[in-house]
Design a protein around this ligand. Structure first.
Ligand code: ZN
Length: 247
């Protein structure tokens, strides 16, 4: 889970339209939120990922649903209120259901930075400082369910760790030769790009990379040889903004 910076509402969703759709929902219980322009704006806001589990929403079987953070059944006035809408995968949506998030502590990733609430340990989410809101969110969404999430995080995480290990081996052969380090810098850009916020499970994999001993060693060698340039610095700093602390 990563912090989602809320974008401006889609231009079609004017105050007037919100009022009209809200009334329609209250009168006829129709799916007024199911508009292409709402879905597109939400997907764009979350880099095509579920706002909770970071599963990609463009893969087979993982179509996007519109999540009402405050459930529409309890809070019908918020049925198309932009600040209440998030993109979600079918699994997270069916787990959260009509949970009353006004009363039950639950994380809204567009309001709170998950980095401050979770750490990660062996691909499993752990509440920071026994935070109750984090604990409840893990429990309700099943963020540590093995078949759905832990294995998916492991698959991308393990491939990443193999890639950085391979890169370290290549870098360590000619540690002080600027010319042989340059092509490796291109590979490191690729590695860092693969953990940025637009990638599936980015909180997990950015954390794995930042905390990897091979990554730290490669970075040190690059710095020593002036290969650690502005592009790499920027990518490293962006990855740190979403990475969880590791236990
Ligand atoms: Zn999800």
């Amino acid at each position: 889970m990563i912090f989602i910076k809320r974008t401006a509402p889609p231009k079609e969703l004017t105050d007037e339209v919100v009022k009209k759709l809200t009334n329609l929902y209250k009168e006829k219980n129709s799916s007024v939120w199911a508009k292409r322009y709402i879905k597109d704006a939400l997907l764009n806001m979350s880099h095509n990922k579920c706002c909770y589990c970071e599963a990609p929403l463009d893969q087979q079987g993982l179509y996007m649903q519109v999540e009402h953070f405050h459930p529409k059944s309890r809070y019908p006035d918020e049925v198309v209120s932009w600040d209440n809408l998030l993109p979600v995968c079918p699994t997270c949506n069916s787990r959260k259901r009509e949970l009353d998030t006004i009363k039950v502590p639950f994380i809204d990733p567009s309001e709170q930075n998950p980095q401050n609430l979770f750490t990660i340990n062996n691909y499993r989410y752990v509440p920071k400082k026994n935070n109750e809101k984090a604990r409840k969110t893990i429990e309700v969404l099943g963020l540590n369910s093995v078949d759905k999430l832990v294995l998916n995080r492991f698959a991308v995480g393990n491939a990443l760790l193999e890639r950085i290990e391979k890169l370290y081996k290549s870098v360590s052969v000619n540690q002080d030769d600027y010319n042989s380090l340059v092509p490796n810098a291109t590979e490191l850009v690729g590695v860092l790009e693969s953990v940025q916020r637009n990638n599936a499970y980015s909180a997990t994999i950015s954390s794995l990379l930042i905390n990897s001993e091979y990554y730290k060693k490669v970075k040190d060698i690059f710095k020593k040889n002036n290969v650690w340039d502005d592009d790499l610095k920027k990518l490293d700093s962006e990855a740190r903004k979403i990475a969880f602390d590791q236990l």
